[in-house]
Design a protein around this ligand. Structure first.
Ligand code: G3P
Ligand code: MG
Length: 250
């Protein structure tokens, strides 16, 4: 079971790549994160109608592509005809919705670790997790410590733990669950990922005293990042990782 602490140096995780500078969850965004020298990125995984794990945040195509409707109703090949960059800036025209495997291969070559956030409709969670773990197996067997899985869905976390007993897993909290400490222990989470709007110095100390890595999303302001680091936060998810990276003082 995973027990070793996670390492974050610099203490920042590129959110959806580096999504202040390039269209979120596209290869352009992950390339930008690599250029900014981050060592961790986060991205969201969802299934296509034919079961391919792809990287996209919303259930709907509307906001981040020139398509419309539910992502899960389209096949992988149909989704490849969509533009996932133009909405952000015309300079990114031609960006596609990447597959999980394309992104993971790039990140492994760039020596960047990944927080893979599972996002699926409840009825698709099990098939998505089975497929993700099947595709990830060659990578996990070589470098389990390079990958951290998380989800807002408690059902998805339970499935992840059943299907992949040794994977590194983080409890992702938009709001405090009444029994979050018990969930964290019973699922053997290595980390807790907390909404910046609910974290306090006291809860930060509690998480750290449980021996868990503490990650906070989404932080784009250096003053706030410094405060969180002073509370013991291990890393912040940021759209603009270079803005919250504070070099160590000699
Ligand atoms: O995993 C941290 C963060 O990405 C969770 O929120 O909505 O940006 O996926 P969201
Ligand atoms: Mg996310």
């Amino acid at each position: 079971m995973p027990t070793a602490p996670l390492h974050f140096n610099p203490p920042v995780i590129g959110h959806r790549g580096a999504c202040a500078y390039a269209p979120e969850n596209t290869m352009a965004s992950f390339v930008k994160a690599a250029q900014l020298k981050v060592k961790w990125v986060e991205f969201d995984v969802m299934p296509t109608s034919d079961g391919v794990p792809i990287i996209i945040h919303d259930d709907l195509l509307n906001r981040t592509t020139n398509g419309q409707g539910e992502v899960s109703r389209y096949s992988y090949s149909a989704l490849q005809s969509l533009d996932a960059g133009k909405w952000f800036d015309y300079a990114f025209s031609g960006e596609r919705i990447p597959s999980l495997m394309t992104v993971v291969q790039f990140l492994q070559e760039a020596k960047i670790s990944a927080n893979i956030e599972i996002k699926a409709l409840p009825e698709h969670e099990e098939s998505l997790i089975l497929r993700v773990m099947q595709e990830m197996q060659p990578y996990l067997s070589k470098a389990n410590e390079d990958f951290l899985f998380s989800s807002f869905s408690m059902n998805a976390l339970h499935l992840l733990r059943q299907i992949a007993p040794t994977c590194q897993m983080g409890l992702l909290l938009h709001a405090w669950e009444p029994d979050w400490q018990d969930i964290c222990h019973s699922l053997n989470c290595i980390s807790v990922h907390v909404n910046d709007e609910i974290i306090t110095e006291k809860t930060a100390q509690e998480i750290k005293s449980m021996g868990k890595s503490l990650l906070v999303y989404t932080v784009n302001d250096v003053k706030r990042a410094k405060e969180l680091y002073a509370w013991g936060v291990d890393a912040v998810f940021s759209d603009a990782p270079d803005k919250v990276y504070i070099p160590a003082t000699p």
